[in-house]
Design a protein around this ligand. Structure first.
Ligand code: ATP
Ligand code: ZN
Length: 284
């Protein structure tokens, strides 16, 4: 029995969804042109679908798991489980208005006609903010709506903001921050749950690896104690003697967020020849 995963057929999440599987060591038969394909070395069947359809397929159990933007899941409101955040496909759902319009605060949205493909998320947001506006649902090219007189404002996905800019719009409120997530059907059988756990274990080791760097440096032996205190490592740093007398090589793992702070401390404690290398996988 194979686990069935639904990923976006062609769009912003397609490439990274496939790359995620590949980085997990899963060899997918080339098949973006097809509706489905299989992995050669993992019990996985891959369906290529429009992202909007993925939550429904997973709710119905036609696919066991799927990769979609959180924004799509929230809009569709299907009964599925979110099993993991994947760290790619980051964007925000924002309200924007023509750039020449004045904007002080959210009350300025009262009475406006807002075009969006995300009417469920938007209406909840407006209700919570106590704003009364008219929502006009359209399925695509939302950003041109104000320009052609279809609406006064839009609510759409933004990443860099360049699409807004080229359409003469400015972002005024962030409704939601989103990234790609993995969702799963509610009643997965034992066998498929085991396959999913295997997959999640691999994804976790990629995520940990991405957050950490491998660091190597040289230090005089009389500074080793101070340097080891700065470098926590997975257990403790590895210390190897250099062929030059009185010096050692220190190896450890550091978290990305603390990275620069740690480097500065190491330097001021006498570390030299610091090398930092990415980690491909990290099994904790
Ligand atoms: P489909 O043909 O599958 O329906 P689509 O046009 O609806 O595709 P894409 O534009 O490919 O969807 O976006 C897929 C997902 O990528 C979005 O739902 C969102 O989660 C994410 N995303 C990341 N950055 C952006 C962005 N700048 N604009 C739109 N979506 C983005
Ligand atoms: Zn779509």
């Amino acid at each position: 029995m194979k686990l069935k995963i639904a990923i976006q057929k062609s769009g912003r999440l397609s490439e990274e969804s496939l790359r995620l599987l590949k980085d997990c060591g899963i060899d997918v038969n080339n098949g973006l042109s097809k509706l489905k394909t299989e992995a050669n070395n993992f019990p996985l069947e891959i369906f290529f679908l429009r992202d909007d359809d993925i939550p429904q397929y997973v709710e119905d159990g036609v696919a066991d798991i799927g990769i979609v933007g959180e924004n799509v899941l929230l809009e569709k409101n299907k009964k599925v489980k979110t099993v993991n955040k994947l760290g790619f496909g980051k964007c925000r759902l924002s309200l924007a208005i023509p750039k020449e319009k004045k904007y002080k605060n959210i009350k300025d949205l009262n009475g406006l006609k807002i075009a969006t493909s995300y009417s469920n998320i938007l209406s909840k947001f407006l209700k919570k903010q106590n704003v009364k506006a008219e929502i006009h649902e359209i399925s695509g090219s939302v950003e041109i709506a104000p320009g052609i007189g279809l609406a006064d404002a839009i609510c759409d996905l933004v990443s860099s903001g360049s699409t807004l800019l080229t359409n003469g719009l400015k972002e005024v409120e962030v409704v939601l921050r989103s990234e790609a997530i993995m969702i799963a059907t509610k009643n997965l059988n034992k066998h498929k749950t085991e396959i999913l756990e295997k997959l999640l274990f691999r994804i976790q080791s990629l995520k940990s690896a991405r957050h950490n760097k491998y660091i190597l440096l040289n230090a005089p032996n009389n500074k080793l104690e101070a340097i080891c205190k700065i470098l926590p490592g997975m257990k403790s740093p590895t210390i190897l003697p250099l062929s030059v007398k009185g010096w050692s090589s220190v190896h450890s793992v550091v978290e990305e967020d603390q990275f620069w702070e740690i480097i500065e401390k190491l330097k001021s404690n006498g570390a030299q020849g610091i090398l930092v290398v990415p980690i491909e996988k990290m099994i904790l």
